[in-house]
Write a protein that binds this ligand. Structure first.
Ligand SMILES: Cc1cc2nc3c(=O)[nH]c(=O)nc-3n(C[C@H](O)[C@H](O)[C@H](O)COP(=O)(O)OP(=O)(O)OC[C@H]3O[C@@H](n4cnc5c(N)ncnc54)[C@H](O)[C@@H]3O)c2cc1C
Length: 501
């Protein structure tokens, strides 16, 4: 059956993760005359936000201040984060979280009724608010519930992919396709918010959802909007090694804080050979050390020995995930592998998410605000998208016109082709554009991608279209990686220069 969009918005939000939903709520509350449409490729329960475990960074402990939060952000970003952005997000954190709390969102509390503040790698103070180890799930559920209050003016449609966006006079002409029946639509709208998330699924080993293929970067490129820092991809050192699965569940770093240690295939602890901080070295150093250890011994993963961890009540998600896959981490070592986790750069924007084009905003992981620099400080990403959403009313005007929606002639093919190159591309990214790379590996990857891209035909098939997006985004990341000759933060090329800042 053909699907119709029977709703005329003033604002179009692309993506229904935390960024898209929080933006929708903030606008719905502050602009009572605006209709808001969210178009999303997948259900919000399948977006990365839903899987966020650790929490949200906010400096509210009496012993803490935004100053220390900024300092930790700049250190983690390897001196490459924008001080302006770091200051903006750290100092607005309290207001943005208070916004959610005032609407009824609850986070874990201490026995005395204060917000319980956890500590994560790179933070020198306790400042991570959380809901056990499923903060993202609760934030998404909370936002969806609250958006129900605005259902007269808010609509969300799933299983629609935005694949084309052009500037037309004072509006944007945005094309989307139904992934169910291939029907295409054009939405002509004055304000577009890109909230399409990151690109981690381009890699074979990733903690990210299959929706995270960087399509916001692809769309921004169509408009000629500048992108920045795409080469800085954060690899989480310890994701559960599941060779048959397209994605890897995270094994939180807090487990190493609680006594777990990394071991190679001989059972040897190896981290102290790479860094004096041993198993508690920063995320990028641990990921690289694991890579070198795997290469040295020709092994596909290393082990995390968590058998000495005493209090498993702190890690219910990790325990259940491992048990589900037949591993009892209380008695057995966990096979782990570094996995693509977070895109530190993105579309070049100011702290509010404003791009170089009027009426085009980017929010969440797709946005390159400069906060994360060369390496993201843990739990700064949920903070970033919430502060951006909360601050949006400061930069949105109240005289937007309603949009036009047109059903386009012709349909896309929705049949899955028998052969797809998606898996091969992801394997290639893992091998040649992964934790450690060099000029030769990058050039080989680029050549393969260009060959595949030129031979792609039938782009009017939704599966082939996805492959084209993945190839184009991967290409942009590789070109930026070839141009970068200085190692920094998450970025490491064997043939580039490393300077300690
Ligand atoms: C396992 C895991 C744990 C994490 N833990 C934490 C944590 O504890 N703290 C923290 O701060 N950060 C954490 N992060 C990072 C953080 O969760 C993400 O950076 C953040 O949630 C991204 O939100 P987003 O709204 O930008 O994107 P997402 O949540 O990824 O949502 C993107 C949306 O865009 C849609 N979309 C994409 N392309 C298109 C298209 N072309 N057309 C239509 N729709 C499209 C998708 O369907 C989806 O709805 C974690 C990430 C992962 C993967």
């Amino acid at each position: 059956m053909d699907r119709q969009i029977n709703f005329q918005p003033h604002i179009l939000i692309i993506g229904s993760g935390g960024g898209g939903l929080a933006a929708a709520l903030s606008i719905a509350q502050n602009f009572p005359t605006y209709n808001i449409l969210v178009v999303a490729e997948g259900d919000p329960r399948k977006a990365n936000t839903f899987y966020a475990q650790g929490g949200i960074a906010i400096a509210i402990d009496p012993d803490d201040s935004p100053y220390y939060h900024v300092r930790d952000t700049l250190v983690a970003g390897d001196g490459y984060s924008s001080p302006t952005a770091s200051h903006f997000f750290a100092s607005k954190a309290k207001e943005a979280i208070q916004w959610l709390i005032s609407l009824g969102m609850s986070f874990d509390k201490t026995e005395t009724g204060q917000l319980s503040l956890g500590r994560e790698g790179g933070h020198t103070k306790n400042r991570i608010i959380h809901v056990k180890d499923h903060t993202g799930r609760d934030v998404v559920t909370f936002l969806l519930n609250h958006l129900e209050d605005y259902k007269e003016r808010f609509e969300i449609i799933y299983n629609f992919r935005v694949y084309d966006i052009r500037k037309r006079r004072d509006c944007y002409a945005v094309k989307c396709v139904s992934l169910e029946d291939g029907q295409t639509f054009e939405i002509e709208v004055p304000l577009v918010i890109l909230a399409t998330g990151g690109s981690g699924y381009l890699w074979r080993f990733t903690s990210n959802s299959p929706l995270a293929i960087g399509s916001g970067l692809f769309l921004a490129k169509q408009l000629g909007v500048p992108l920045k820092d795409l080469e800085f991809i954060q690899f989480h050192p310890t994701a559960l090694y599941l060779p048959e699965s397209p994605t890897q569940p995270l094994i939180t770093e807090a487990l190493r804080g609680a006594g777990a240690v990394l071991r190679n295939s001989y059972g040897e602890r190896f981290m102290s050979m790479y860094d004096e901080r041993g198993d508690l070295a920063p995320r990028d150093i641990v990921a690289r050390s694991i890579y070198f250890e795997m290469k040295k011994h020709g092994i596909a993963h290393v082990w995390l020995d968590a058998t000495k961890v005493k209090d498993w009540s702190r890690f219910p998600t990790v325990l259940n995930t491992c048990l589900k896959h037949g591993i009892d981490p209380r008695k057995e070592w966990i096979p782990v592998v570094p996995s693509a986790h977070y895109q530190c750069g993105g579309i070049a924007v100011d702290v509010y998410g404003r791009t170089a084009l009027d009426g085009l905003i980017a929010i969440g992981e797709v946005a390159g605000t400069g906060l994360h620099g060369a390496n993201r400080l843990a739990s700064n990403s949920l903070l970033e998208l919430l502060v951006q959403a909360y601050s949006l009313p400061e930069v949105i005007t109240d005289n937007l016109q309603k949009c036009n929606i047109t059903v386009l002639p012709g349909k896309f093919n929705v049949d899955k082709p028998s052969v797809t190159i998606e898996d091969r591309l992801r394997q290639l990214m893992h091998e040649k554009v992964g934790v450690v790379k060099n000029e030769q590996s990058l050039k080989e990857a680029l050549e393969w991608i260009d060959n595949q891209r030129s031979s792609l035909s039938d782009i009017d098939n939704i599966y082939i279209q996805r492959q084209a997006i993945m190839l184009d985004v991967a290409r942009m990341i590789i070109v930026r990686s070839l141009n970068r000759l200085l190692n920094r933060g998450t970025f490491y090329r064997e043939d580039a220069v490393t300077i300690s800042f």
